[in-house]
Design a protein around this ligand. Structure first.
Ligand code: F6P
Length: 531
């Protein structure tokens, strides 16, 4: 399977794919889901390579596993769990059975409770000690933070509820900054934690409760919780009426569609949140039914596999030319790297190919003035994924938006075409000659032949935002199936957590002699300097 792809790559790797890109290829190597278009014409994938990549999907059973996931099978085998974030946007309520029970009535009931609570907060029917809620502080980390925090930024033009703040880091600077800006008597604190044991979140939640307790008689009354742990939330003192639960089949990094999305719902309202869910649901239907060559999640996945596992490009830049998606790269870092950063396959064997790529990025055009130098002229190839909207939300500044779009399209063109030595020479021939002309021209050469894809859509509204995030979720699923790994566990985060717990007494003054020399030396240095 892999061998055929790798030998095909060897046979085409030196060609300039620019020569392939005519309008027929542009039509063939792009696909549409609803009104969103994905273009992968500016890559070195040809029809032979694409057919081999689709064989990979068929031979690894992607369609069967996709159907099993949607049906509630326990595909998270290392934890014995179903993977059903899609149930959270199954708005029609068609039954999904887990362990003999239809999960949908409870999902829809929780959604209705969230909507009622959000409406009460937004209208002032639910009040803090000082009156209508002005600020919401979401305390959570990882999947209990990145999704809603990214969403609140992405959908800022639709924000008409209370101000929303997000606290994640255990660094006290994070919570101190946020609380300083809030009035405890009109603040709602949401503790978002699937497990309700995560040390960063629980520490910040206690800090927030103490802060509120200085001004508010019953601080717990201004707290809500989003968690699978009824016991944990009750022990913290949060009344069950403000606890929004979910099941263990919602993975943390896939959880923004349900209760973990409450802060986003408070910001944009229940109707806009439903539109967001509907966008995701439409991508689910597309993923389930479209043939591979029209299937956006499958196409993103095969492009990713081609660049990472076949061409050996270790990183992938995500470059939204849409400032409201400025947190998308951070969100995707968890979604993709926590899901597919695994070295062992589902059956316990070492992976024969690379695990998922390093994902990183910044919004355009900021990135152009920072790291694009490396992307264009560095020695390593970095596949780029551009995202761009036809329209922004600033109608009176549409001309400025057009400049943004021109920059986005120019970058993918520049990456593909590059600039050869002759052209570089002609650029500086009026300033230099002889050896100096050769030297100067060389610095102005762009190798080109660098791949990129573009996801284009009309406007980043709640529906489209839902489509985009669900698209990336399913892409991660497809890549994970092809690699044969479990995309839904995250054992790789455990060791550091255990060692941090063991190190806490040492940083507080206990004997460090059992630690390695470097760690003990650093503790000593920090202690001498005030730790
Ligand atoms: O760091 C691992 C992790 O378990 C993530 O997968 C998760 O999103 C995050 O911690 C937060 O977990 P919780 O929601 O249980 O607090």
């Amino acid at each position: 399977m892999w061998t055929a792809l790798k030998s095909h790559y060897d046979s085409v790797k030196d060609r300039r794919f620019e020569t392939l890109v005519d309008s027929a290829r542009a039509a063939d190597f792009s696909a549409q889901a609803g009104d969103m278009r994905f273009d992968y014409a500016k890559t070195n994938i040809d029809t032979t390579g694409r057919a081999l990549l689709f064989d990979l999907l068929d031979n690894t059973g992607v369609a069967e596993k996709r159907d099993a996931m949607f049906a509630g099978a326990k595909i998270n085998e290392t934890e014995g769990r179903a993977v059903l974030h899609t149930a959270l946007r199954n708005l029609d309520g068609d039954p999904i059975i887990v362990d003999g029970t239809d999960v949908m009535p409870e999902v829809l009931d929780t959604l209705a409770r969230m909507e009622k609570f959000a409406e009460d907060v937004r209208t002032g029917a639910f009040q803090g000690q000082g009156g209508k809620i002005t600020d919401v502080v979401n305390i959570g980390i990882g999947g209990s933070d990145l999704g809603p925090a990214m969403g609140a930024l992405a959908l800022r033009p639709y924000h008409d509820g209370p101000r929303c703040h997000f606290v994640s880091n255990v660094d006290p600077a994070d919570i101190a900054d946020v609380l300083r800006a809030c009035d405890p008597t009109t603040t709602l604190v949401i503790v978002a934690s699937k497990t309700f044991t995560t040390i960063e979140t629980m520490t910040n939640a206690r800090t927030a409760k103490a802060w509120m307790g200085e001004k508010v008689t019953d601080p717990a009354a201004q707290f809500a919780a989003l968690s699978t742990s009824e016991q944990g939330t009750a022990d913290f003192g949060i009344d069950a009426s403000r606890v929004f639960g979910f099941e263990d089949w919602v993975g943390g990094r896939y959880s923004m569609w349900g209760p973990i999305g409450l802060s986003l719902m408070l910001a944009i309202g229940a109707d806009a949140f439903r539109a967001f869910l509907k966008g995701a649901q439409s991508m689910d239907l597309h993923f389930k039914s479209a043939p591979w060559h029209e299937n956006l999640p499958a196409l993103l996945a095969v492009v990713g596999i081609w660049h990472n596992q076949i061409c050996g490009h270790a990183t992938r830049a995500v470059l939204p030319y849409d400032n409201n998606l400025s947190r998308l790269p951070a969100y995707l870092q968890q979604l993709e790297m926590e899901s597919n950063g695994k070295g062992v396959s589902m059956d316990g064997e070492d992976l024969a190919v690379n695990s998922g790529p390093v994902v990183w990025g910044e919004p355009g055009t900021n990135g152009q003035h920072a790291f694009y130098q490396l992307i264009h002229q560095g020695t390593r190839v970095i596949p780029c994924e551009f995202l761009v909207a036809a329209r922004g939300h600033e109608d009176d500044l549409h001309h400025q938006h057009q400049l943004l779009v021109a920059n986005c399209l120019a970058q993918s063109e520049a990456l593909m075409k590059g600039r050869d030595l002759d052209e570089a020479r002609s650029k500086v021939a009026d300033k230099f000659d002889g050896d100096e002309l050769e030297r100067q021209a060389k610095h102005r050469v762009f190798p080109g032949n660098r791949p990129s894809t573009t996801l284009a859509y009309p406007q980043l509204d709640p529906f489209t935002f839902g489509q985009i995030i669900a698209l990336y979720e399913h892409r991660v699923f497809v890549e994970g199936v092809v690699l044969g790994i479990n995309s839904y566990d995250q054992w790789g985060v455990e060791l550091g957590k255990e060692l941090a717990t063991a190190l806490q007494p040492i940083v507080e003054g206990a004997d460090a002699s059992g630690k390695d020399g470097s760690t003990a030396g650093l503790v000593g240095f920090l202690q001498k300097n005030g730790l």
